[in-house]
Design a protein around this ligand. Sequence first.
Ligand code: TXA
Ligand code: MG
Length: 329
Amino acid sequence: MSDIERGVEILRRGGLVAFPTETVYGLGADASNAEAVRKIFAAKGRPSGHPLIVHLARASMVREWADLDPAQAEVVDRLAEAFWPGPLTIVAPRSDLVAAETVGGRPTVGLRVPDHPVSLALLEAFEGGIAAPSANRFGRVSPTTAEHVSSDLGAEVDLIIDGGPTRIGVESTIVELDGTRVALLRPGGVSLRQLSAVLDGEVGVSGVVDDRDGEARASGMLRSHYAPLARVELVAADELAERLSAPPGSDRLGVIAPFAVEHRPSWRLPLDPEGYARSLYRSLREADEQGVDRLLIVAPDDGDLRDAVLDRLTKAAAPRPASSDAEPA
Ligand code: TXA
Ligand code: MG
């Protein structure tokens, strides 16, 4: 039996299947099955109010999973045509097919058609919606390899489908249909520039609004999130040398930068934000494995993925709540 066939069987009986997408690995369950979806929250240690993204095999399935008025349908069509399959999640009023547990009781659902042969094959064969958050423990760094998933959640998952390292390396962009606007809730694989190019002046949308400073509607919007165990500090490229020449404390210091650094341990990531994004989460995990207490991180160059990378780095560098990651900052 193939991994896809086993995966479908497990999903049908309400189990958990971790699978690769083009962004990060997801922890999947049948989005219409409340019991199955509860297992996702339990496995991740995720508070039940945090809504999950529902993954679909194709854009035409939005009609079943969302309840759209004609104006909203036009916006979704436009976005889907430009960006699906791909790293864009669209938050829209939900239909009855979505289990209330999937969306933490909200009236909306985040929908996305992922661009990965394994996710698409699984979705095609399952013929339903797969609810899937990133397959990591709550508040930790998203997994970009099957090994990351098994080290975080191995015992809790019925099947991990290995599709190799993910291509994009940071999560999808999340937008919400909001009256005549489209609000950006989380920057990701699709940039604001790309979104605006598709929406501006068209389909009755007054613009793409950066709504990240609003209410913490998405858990990705919590200030301290996407964090490694090490404390993180963002450093400008031209300040790094000086920071490293300071007298060593007792902390084990690590560096992540888009250039070579005379320091051990350090991780040299590509200068372009696409390459940088692809390797960032792996480097953060490796720094943890090597017992780094404090990470100095230099951001990548300009480009479409820079916003997403800076967002994750800023959240990783934010003050951590003393007791848990569960409370919005
Ligand atoms: O790339 C991705 O988006 C990956 C892959 C697996 O698809 N998934 C992912 O899921 O990052 P997760 O659960 O780790 O992050 C999804 C974010 C959360 O911050 C959640 O709060 C937000 O999306 N979200 C989901 N549904 C929402 C809704 N109805 N309203 C507002 N925010 C929503
Ligand atoms: Mg996540």
